[in-house]
Design a binder for this molecule. Structure first.
Ligand SMILES: [Zn+2]
Length: 321
């Protein structure tokens, strides 16, 4: 073991900067730098974080803990003992010629990786369907109330397609704007607290948070007139209160993206469904913070064309669709 330890240290030096592009792929392992992904060893959805922080292929997995590149290979390719992993990596780096990895191994690993990926996508799809059923059920069966303090404080009307519950919460369906299917549900409490469908326990009893579909989902305040084949305006805003204020002031339909980073995706969907529409992005003014709203509105504009306006409808930029 002492021999292997010394060798492991030698390897770590030679392996710096080569983990993600050279060494891991040789074992059929794929990592993405600083992104939450499934764990190559134990799967999951977003439990794995690769940052290579010490240059040793370092990662953290919420399930199987932290480790370096050698330990990740040992955990993922269970055929190898640790000394064997060390010797294989040495041969990949040209430090020895004792490799026992065959093309068959590589082919098998690639296949296993494909299967893991497919299983992952399938789990994700099931989870989204599960959240969609939950959202649809909560919305359909809501015990209705009269008043939302949130709407009252914000001085905005209730769109006929949203609901107020008996405890004063607003329920806003997050739908696929192409076909109208409900995939998620935003709740806004009287004090303005907002959340989507929360986690649940899965079949093995683990607590899972979120997992519902979000990207590209929106909610349309007002109606886009189906017979409008000529130029017409559709506004796009993040939150309900802002969106409804715009609708009340202009009479235009307003698509909500719920969160800033969903603006480009919603814009894209609207452009598919209403190719003649001019999209008016009503960016939230977060200039006091980091300008997130404007940044994503600009990204959306680059994709779909249209106009960006800031609050008070001060026009800051125009581009031709
Ligand atoms: Zn893991």
């Amino acid at each position: 073991m002492k021999q292997a330890k010394i060798q492991a240290d030698d390897i770590k030096h030679a392996a710096q900067g080569k983990w993600s592009d050279l060494i891991f792929p040789s074992f059929g392992i794929e990592v993405q730098w600083k992104k939450k992904t499934p764990c190559p060893a134990c799967g999951g959805r977003d439990r794995f974080w690769y940052d290579d922080k010490n240059g040793n292929g370092d990662y953290f997995c919420q399930q199987c803990g932290p480790g370096d590149g050698l330990s990740l290979i040992e955990k993922t390719c269970t055929r190898f003992t640790f000394p064997q992993v060390v010797s294989e990596v040495a041969s990949i780096l040209g430090l020895s010629d004792s490799s026992t990895i065959t093309d068959e191994d590589r082919a098998r690993w690639a296949k296993e990786r494909e299967i893991r990926k497919k299983e992952q996508l399938e789990r994700e799809r099931k989870r989204q369907e599960q959240i969609a059923r939950k959202a649809e059920g909560i919305f359909r069966n809501a015990y209705l109330g009269e008043e939302s303090l949130y709407l009252k404080n914000k001085k905005v009307e209730k769109d006929p397609k949203i609901k107020i519950t008996h405890d004063g919460n607003l329920l806003i369906p997050a739908v696929d704007l192409l076909d109208g299917k409900i995939w998620n549900l935003q709740t806004i409490e009287p004090d303005g607290t907002k959340y989507f469908i929360k986690g649940d326990t899965n079949e093995t009893g683990e607590w899972e948070t979120g997992g519902g579909r979000m990207g590209g989902l929106g909610f349309m305040i007002g109606e886009v007139q189906p017979d409008l084949y000529d130029d017409h305006n559709i506004c796009v805003a993040e939150g309900y209160a802002t969106g409804m204020s715009i609708h009340m002031a202009t009479g235009y339909p307003v698509a909500l993206s719920f969160v800033a980073n969903n603006l480009p995706k919603v814009g894209n969907v609207l452009k598919q469904k209403y190719p003649n529409a001019q999209l008016v992005y009503c960016a939230d003014d977060d200039s006091a913070k980091d300008d997130t709203g404007r940044k994503y509105a600009q990204m959306a504009l680059d994709i779909t064309g249209g106009i960006i306006v800031l609050p008070q409808f001060k026009q800051i930029q125009e581009s031709i669709a």
